[in-house]
Ligand binder design. Structure first.
Ligand SMILES: [Zn+2]
Ligand SMILES: [Zn+2]
Length: 142
């Protein structure tokens, strides 16, 4: 059984929720994130996202390590129906950014993991990302 509460480098590999192939684990300054080689999408467990947000160094540089930019296969974007969480297989909610409407990402309401299409993480400004997540977590607790 997968345990979404304790993500670590030893977790079983996750599958890209859009391409259904195994994602590649990357070490981003000690945070282990998963990236899909095919679509460039990035999976972040809830704990990993918090670590990225708290990262005190050059966040742009960190994000550039994780997010390779423009998708090689853009058809995966918006082309799928319900995206299932690679950890617990719950249907993920699509969240559109209020200020940057072209950015949509998927969030699992069960484990709070998030999936970004290639380029979206880098595209979201640091401030926007922080505010969005704060709003989402606040909304979830009501
Ligand atoms: Zn993929
Ligand atoms: Zn989940």
């Amino acid at each position: 059984m997968l345990n979404p509460a304790t993500p670590s480098r030893h977790d079983p590999a996750v599958q890209c929720p859009k391409c259904h192939i195994e994602m590649v684990r990357l070490d981003a300054q000690g945070t282990f994130i998963d990236r899909c080689d095919k679509c460039g999408g990035v999976w972040l467990d809830a704990g990993e996202l918090a670590i990225l947000l708290k990262f005190s160094g050059d966040k742009k540089e960190l994000v550039s390590l994780i997010d390779v930019g423009a998708a090689t296969e853009t058809h995966t974007r918006h082309a799928v129906g319900t995206v299932l969480c690679p950890r617990d297989h719950s249907p993920m909610a699509t969240v559109a950014d209020k200020k940057q409407h072209h950015i949509e990402f998927e969030m699992c309401m069960t484990c709070c993991g998030v999936f970004f299409d290639a380029g979206e993480l880098a595209d979201l400004s640091d401030f926007t990302l922080r505010e969005r997540l704060k709003a989402m977590f606040a909304g979830k607790k009501k």
